[in-house]
Write a protein that binds this ligand. Structure first.
Ligand code: PLP
Length: 469
């Protein structure tokens, strides 16, 4: 008998393991324990067969430790809270925007009670879910009509499909971008059934480029915010005003995919000057699309605003039903939108906005508070400091834009920064840090008030661990 067969025969039997396993959590459902044990043994079997495993755990204790680890993992939620120490405010991989307290209570209310989601309380008849937010969106953006769908990708797909199905959409070559997470303008365009007509050069497109290709098959003039991509140097884009004038002249609708779509000009807080949604609507654009969870600071959603007649056509598209927004999103979106009736209130109560506009001094003070709770500068001076850093806006219109900030900087000692970075990621509440110059940086801009006690615990463990090393 060869070695592989010998090892395979020594693998424990599932029933034996389950009967004899010493596990602290007897309340873990049997189905989970069973699946975990089966998967662990199967993993060993595969590794033996492929020659990667040449030795098995020796004692029952060692086996049990392995099984229990897999059982615990299988029994805990996959979607976990993490602490964002990266300083990237709209971090797509960490869930983009957070909801404030009042919005959470609106969400909770809608989730645990019946609502008038599609019920008109004044007539007692069927209502429309979109009417719950349409007036508010129109108030805030100045648009004639509005519609909300699952996300901005859906908003673009639905608008293109409605306005340009089997017709041509003219778009500048410089705007055929891919936005992370597999959203590519040319691909979305082809799936929408619109035919893409590219004009201009990568760096420069002029109004005559559009005008030259307009004919009876043209359905739409499209402008796309290039978001995470920038052409610098000898460049030119056609302003939305001019596209609108051209569209009006030929009776062709004009659409802009704004991506982030801010309702507030954030340049007074050091962010780039970007036209707001209101500006684009005021330019006479027929359709404007933007995300709910980027600069707006709400839940995942795609907002479509524009001219009444055009939005009415989009609403009637049967595809709309497949892309529709759910009641949790509607409840939280309405609450976030209402915050915008008072801009100062919005800046305070919408976490994305309050983090983006936080003053560096306030961020630094947060760092001092953490240090004080760690026992003061004296105690930590060897391994934790406070230093200047640069946060990033993240997802959407200005991803690389830097904001002056402050970070806790952790000296890894002999253990090394990447070993600690991994250890932080594996904690019960994982902490995501940045490594810079062989130090771990925790940017305090994205550290929330209720992260602080946990961060203090983690850093205390970190200091102990460093001393052990
Ligand atoms: C982010 C973005 C999208 C995709 O929006 P989602 O809400 O993530 O679906 C589309 N277009 C632009 C220009 C974007 O910036």
């Amino acid at each position: 008998m060869n070695d592989k067969n010998k090892l395979l025969r020594k693998l424990p039997k599932i029933d034996f393991v389950l009967d004899n396993l010493e596990h602290k959590n007897d309340d873990v459902p049997l189905s989970i324990r069973k699946a975990a044990v089966r998967e662990t043994i199967e993993e060993f079997r595969q590794q033996i067969l492929s020659g990667l495993c040449t030795e098995l755990p020796r004692t029952q204790k060692e086996w049990d430790a392995l099984f229990n680890e897999v059982i615990d993992k299988k029994n805990s939620p996959n979607l976990q809270r993490v602490i964002n120490g990266t300083g990237v405010v709209i971090h797509t991989n960490l869930g983009r925007s957070l909801l404030g307290r009042q919005t959470m209570s609106a969400l909770q209310n809608a989730a645990s009670h019946y609502t008038n989601l599609e019920f008109d309380l004044s007539t007692g008849k069927r209502g429309s879910r979109y009417s719950l937010v349409e007036d508010i969106i129109c108030d805030l953006t100045g648009a004639e009509a509005a519609l909300v769908v699952n996300n901005n990708a859906a908003a673009v797909l639905l608008s293109l499909n409605t306005l340009s199905y089997k017709k041509e959409t003219i778009v500048s070559r410089g705007q055929l971008v891919e936005i992370g997470g597999s959203f590519r303008i040319p691909d979305v365009m082809s799936r929408s059934g619109a035919e893409m007509v590219e004009v201009g050069a990568t760096n420069r497109t002029h109004l005559f480029d559009y005008e030259n290709v307009i004919h009876e098959e043209t359905g739409l003039l499209l402008k796309v915010h290039t978001s995470n991509f920038r052409v610098i140097g000898f460049t030119s884009e056609v302003p939305i005003h001019d596209l609108v004038t051209l569209g009006n002249k030929h009776g062709i609708p004009v659409m802009e995919d704004l991506g982030s779509g801010s309702l507030i000009d954030l340049s007074p807080w050091g962010l780039p000057k970007e036209p707001t949604v209101q500006d684009i609507v005021a330019a006479g654009t027929d359709v404007v699309t933007f995300s709910g969870d980027k600069l707006l600071g709400g839940p995942q959603a795609g907002l479509i605003v524009g001219k009444k007649e055009i939005i009415a056509r989009i609403k009637k598209n049967p595809m709309n039903r497949a892309l529709r927004i759910d009641k949790f999103t509607l409840a939280s979106l309405e609450s976030v939108l209402r915050d915008y009736y008072d801009m100062n209130h919005a800046l305070e109560s919408i976490p994305t906005l309050s983090m983006l506009t936080a003053h560096p001094d306030t961020i630094k003070k947060k760092g001092h508070r953490v240090i004080r709770r760690l026992g003061g500068a004296q105690k930590i001076k060897a391994c934790i400091g406070l230093q200047k850093t640069v946060s990033r806006v993240g997802g959407g219109a200005m991803p690389e834009h830097g904001l002056d900030s402050w970070a806790l900087s952790l000296q890894p000692g002999a253990t090394g920064a990447s070993a600690f970075e991994k250890w932080f990621r594996g904690l019960e509440i994982p902490l995501i840090v940045r490594i810079e110059d062989n130090k771990m940086l925790i940017d305090l801009r994205t550290i929330l008030e209720d992260d602080i006690p946990i961060l203090v615990q983690i850093l205390t463990q970190f200091m102990d661990k460093r001393q052990d090393a």
